[in-house]
Design a protein around this ligand. Sequence first.
Ligand SMILES: NC(=O)c1ccc[n+]([C@@H]2O[C@H](COP(=O)([O-])OP(=O)(O)OC[C@H]3O[C@@H](n4cnc5c(N)ncnc54)[C@H](O)[C@@H]3O)[C@@H](O)[C@H]2O)c1
Length: 434
Amino acid sequence: MAEDYYNEVAVFGLGFVGLPLALCFTLANCRVVGVDVDAGLVQEINNGVTHHHEQYRGFPIQEILRQELARGSFKATTDPEEALSRARDIVVTVGLPVVEGEPDTRPLTDCLRTITTGLKPGDLVLVRSTLVPGMMRRLVKPLLEESGLTAGRDFYLGYAPERIAEGRAFEEFVTMPVIVSGVDEISRNEAASLLQIITRAETLPASSFEVAEAAKLVENISRDVSIALVNELSALTGAMGINTFEVVRLANSHKRVKLLQPGPGVGGYCLPNAFRYLAPVAREAGIDLQLMAAARRVNDTMPRRVADMVIKLLPVPPAAARVAVLGLAMKDFSSDSRESPALKVVAHLQEAGLAVRAFDPLVPDLYPFQVGSLEQALDGAHGMVVLARQQGFETKNIEVLTRFLDPSAPFVVDTKNVFGSMETVPAGLRIVSI
Ligand SMILES: NC(=O)c1ccc[n+]([C@@H]2O[C@H](COP(=O)([O-])OP(=O)(O)OC[C@H]3O[C@@H](n4cnc5c(N)ncnc54)[C@H](O)[C@@H]3O)[C@@H](O)[C@H]2O)c1
């Protein structure tokens, strides 16, 4: 007997947000067709394969994907026609990549044009991508209305920026409060009703698209600025010969202080791009975003600073040196290396002439300098630099370090405080915290 599904949903974009979001809807007993322009990705997903590092209630995303494919509640396709003819709820997760410093609207506009080909009266289009403030009203709405249908009259149009963190997607779809806006109140309510199928958290109404768009960006920018604060501090604590992580830990014992952790820079799709999305709006308004721009600069200089720390500790000239990198992901416990500061550190080291071997158990094998184990990365290297945390990167690895590193003057540059707080360090091994 055919299953009774709650809603028929089309999800456009099957990336880090779209795929787990689609599966979250299927787990809530909706039937979902996922549409993506990347034919290779669609084929992989339909074969039950994904490199995402997500899990829900102990089940890895790979298992959830295979189960939902088998149940017939989910499939991926490059062909939007079937998705659009069946679904009344259309969710957009296609983002705005940044090209030469500016947001590129092409993937999103292509996606919206595709949707116009099958948009029906009574449909809901709910955009979840991070946008430049003003874009829902000035770009998304007019483009969708090229279908001949009017937003608010013939179809519902909502915007609810996605706020999940990679690695916690399923949990946060359910528990993170959702900001919801609409072209009018009815659209906002329709969008909230769709989201309430998957979330147990509050849906927070925003009075306009622009408020929701700006709220999303400032969330990301607040983290970028906070990280810049401790990254800048780390330059000073380094010069003073004191441990930044200890300073941060103690300062955070104050009830009203919540410093974030320093690191090798700020990467990924979300945090650095938030400023780049806001910058054109500020330019147009004649506003100089001094603090946010300064924070970006501080975070952008970190990979260079970390590479310089490594080069300074080398016992041999850079061209004769070999260094191991632990962690390539753009943040801790992630498989995503897009815009990863670790890649920038590697590039600086290679430019200086060093040979680099990097190990990250989660990042797919994408780079020629990647190796398959910590031991391979360390073997004969003059030192190691820790750039992202992963499960299993622990102080017990210290024994492996001393066994495999070149014994002349082995060192660890630790940007993640994996080894920095150890009370006893093996004789001869130098550990320098960021
Ligand atoms: N990754 C995160 O943790 C995260 C968190 C919150 C919000 N966001 C936002 O969510 C959006 C998506 O981010 P992501 O990380 O999933 O990006 P992604 O690059 O992983 O996924 C986007 C997908 O859209 C597909 N695509 C491109 N053009 C298309 C089209 N015309 N039709 C259908 N599919 C198309 C791409 O092939 C890709 O698979 C962005 O706006 C991002 O800023 C991301």
